[in-house]
Design a protein around this ligand. Structure first.
Ligand SMILES: CC(C)(COP(=O)(O)OP(=O)(O)OC[C@H]1O[C@@H](n2cnc3c(N)ncnc32)[C@H](O)[C@@H]1OP(=O)(O)O)[C@@H](O)C(=O)NCCC(=O)NCCS
Length: 155
């Protein structure tokens, strides 16, 4: 697992292309590039191939903005590995919860629920959420410092 860099754009796009289903056709190369530039994009590599990728919005609640696995590597635990890393990122960032929104057309309710997310049904899709216990004591103070530091870096 590593953070994607700009040289990865074509390989990550090949994976995010999995998100273009039905009438959804927004995950092109330039969107992938802007995700790598503006979000935390994490990738899983297998034998030099980017097998899975995920774009996170680091905030509280943390958002899994995009997640996909290359067709050759589905159902091998890579999607779950990415969501576990999203948990770690959320906790490093001090987020108290994590969520993802998804259209029904993706049919991924089972995937999120197997990974410990609760589902709220929306009009045309789902909101999946997972809450963490709030940090206490020294950890809470440290968490606030990290948040402040990250926020200062955005302005
Ligand atoms: C959804 C996706 C990321 C899952 O990745 P994956 O690596 O195949 O998932 P995993 O192997 O970690 O699966 C974990 C569990 O979820 C289940 N699962 C995986 N995909 C599922 C799906 N589409 N629907 C229901 N359950 C699913 C698996 O069966 C597995 O359960 P098990 O442990 O009982 O076998 C992948 O199928 C994908 O890229 N889909 C296309 C893009 C997409 O829909 N992204 C989500 C948009 S919000």
């Amino acid at each position: 697992m590593r953070i994607a860099n700009l040289d990865d754009v074509d390989k990550v796009w090949r994976v995010f292309n999995e998100l273009n289903v039905g009438e959804i056709n927004v995950f092109n190369r330039s969107v992938t590039l802007s995700l790598i530039r503006s979000m935390r994009v994490l990738v899983v590599e297998k034998w030099g191939v980017i097998a899975g990728a995920m774009a996170l919005k680091l905030r509280d609640p943390l958002e899994v903005f995009a997640i996909a696995v290359h067709p050759d590597f589905k159902k091998q635990g890579i999607g779950s590995q990415l969501l576990k890393e999203a948990d770690k990122e959320a906790q490093r960032f001090g987020a108290t919860s994590i969520f993802a929104e998804s259209y029904a057309i993706y049919g991924v309710r089972g995937f999120y629920e197997k990974n410990g997310y609760n589902t709220t049904v929306l009009g045309n899709g789902y909101n999946f959420q997972r809450k963490f216990n709030p940090p206490v004591g020294k950890l809470a103070f440290f968490t606030r410092c990290v948040k402040l530091y990250l926020w200062l870096n955005t302005i």
